[in-house]
Design a protein. Structure first.
Length: 160
């Protein structure tokens, strides 16, 4: 069974949240809705987060804060996380902080829309919360394939 995703993000409309959640469907197997919190922050805040949690004192585009460990490729089942479900029966997968300004700069740099860049960074962050990484070429390739799959579902894939 494919896990359903739910997105909390004050800066996105209900329609944008639903569209992103739908596109993320299929990234994880399980029987519990997975909640992702998207936070949009300024350069100062992302730098502070990066320095505090990654010991890197610089602005970055996206940071992920997974709430679960050892979930990559494994079913995420409610029975395993009973005490961790929120009042609506959802399991918090993690939080993703996106730097608005870096997203805008990167969209311009790469020649695509702000929407595409924001969605890409959100998807990238969610994959980190699911245990994906890009430390090796093999991991990077696997993660990139998942990112592109979701971006195609959003209708925001790379131009042919």
């Amino acid at each position: 069974m494919k896990s359903k995703f739910e997105i909390e993000a004050e800066e996105l409309s209900g329609q944008e949240r639903a569209r992103l959640a739908e596109a993320l469907g299929g990234l994880a197997e399980g029987d519990v809705p997975l909640l992702i919190e998207l936070l949009f922050v300024d350069e100062e805040e992302i730098r502070t987060l990066n320095r505090t949690y990654r010991d890197t004192d610089k602005v970055t585009d996206v940071l992920s804060f997974p709430a679960l460990e050892d979930v990559k490729g494994k079913p995420i089942l409610a029975a395993r996380y009973r005490g961790e479900l929120d009042e609506e029966g959802r399991l918090i997968l993690g939080s993703v902080a996106i730097c608005r300004k870096r997203a805008e700069e990167q969209a311009e740099e790469y020649g695509h829309s702000r929407e595409r860049e924001i969605c890409y960074l959100a998807v990238h962050g969610v994959l980190h919360c699911l245990g994906y990484d890009h430390e090796t070429e093999e991991e990077k390739s696997e993660m990139r394939e998942k990112e592109e799959e979701v971006m195609r579902r959003l209708g925001l894939g790379r131009a042919s």
